[in-house]
Design a protein around this ligand. Sequence first.
Ligand SMILES: [Zn+2]
Length: 330
Amino acid sequence: MADSKNPQECLIGVDLGGTKILAGVFDSQLQCLGRNKMSTKAERGADAVIERIARCVEEAIDECDLSRKQVRGVGVGTPGSVDPESGRVIFAANLHWEDVPLRKELERRLDMPVFVENDCNSSILGVYETELKAKPQHVIGLFLGTGIGGGLILNGKLYAGFRGTAGEVGHMVLEVGGPKCTCGNRGCFEALASRTAIFRKIQTAVKAGQKTVLTDLLGDDLNDMRSGDLLKAIRRGDKFVEKVVEEAAEYTGIAVANLINLFNPQVVVLGGGIIDALEDEMMAIIVETARDYAFPGSAKGVDIIATEVGDDAGILGAAVLVRKALLDAK
Ligand SMILES: [Zn+2]
């Protein structure tokens, strides 16, 4: 790889989310040199958001005392369905985007090569190439945050499916007639075990009179609740919060069992803000439930692990996207 001889060259990974834009600057060995954060302000429309991504990237480069010339490319992991060839975002519900030419518009603003992929796909790619050293052939990634997304590595390659929408594990229905999901269905995995689902469950119970340490910490409306607060409440002996988190872990275990039955992977990797904050509380339950529910024999030897990359999976994956694209182009 030519750029490994020149430590001055760098790759940028952008994690585009519904509420924040994160840009990470990486050297050619994928060590993070610095990062920058900005709010997304999706309500201002696609043009304004793309402008903010460009600014976030430029500031990140500047913060690292690098120049634009040193940047080999910018990778963007975006929510929604993506056509990676054209870099268009076909549909992204939480950004309110429909057919947005993200790659073209960002390249025009930054004058650098840009690569776009679905955020969960790029995250699992990042974990796969760095943490797992691209060794196992079949890997499934599950990311539990505001929503729940997934990514599939099959036969050592990212699996996108017929029209690029494969890996929507968050919308597997786990409870027929269950709580309403953002996709319009009921009982999706995401509506049962995402941060949004966990928070909603807690807030509804509190309104109905449930006592919890969380209201002492955050006030009665619980508006500023974060994943870390759940951990604080559990550590203070809050049995109610513990139970809600355990239920989310059980649903996650069932989802993992379904995926093991379907794909018989070598490794199932869990990540995202919820796992990051509650790994010790959730992982043992997830593993046990998955092994319980999986078809006899199919979970044998399957590693079910939490990623060590944590919340950096997004920016790292997006940087890996650039490295891969540059290598493929050679
Ligand atoms: Zn759904």
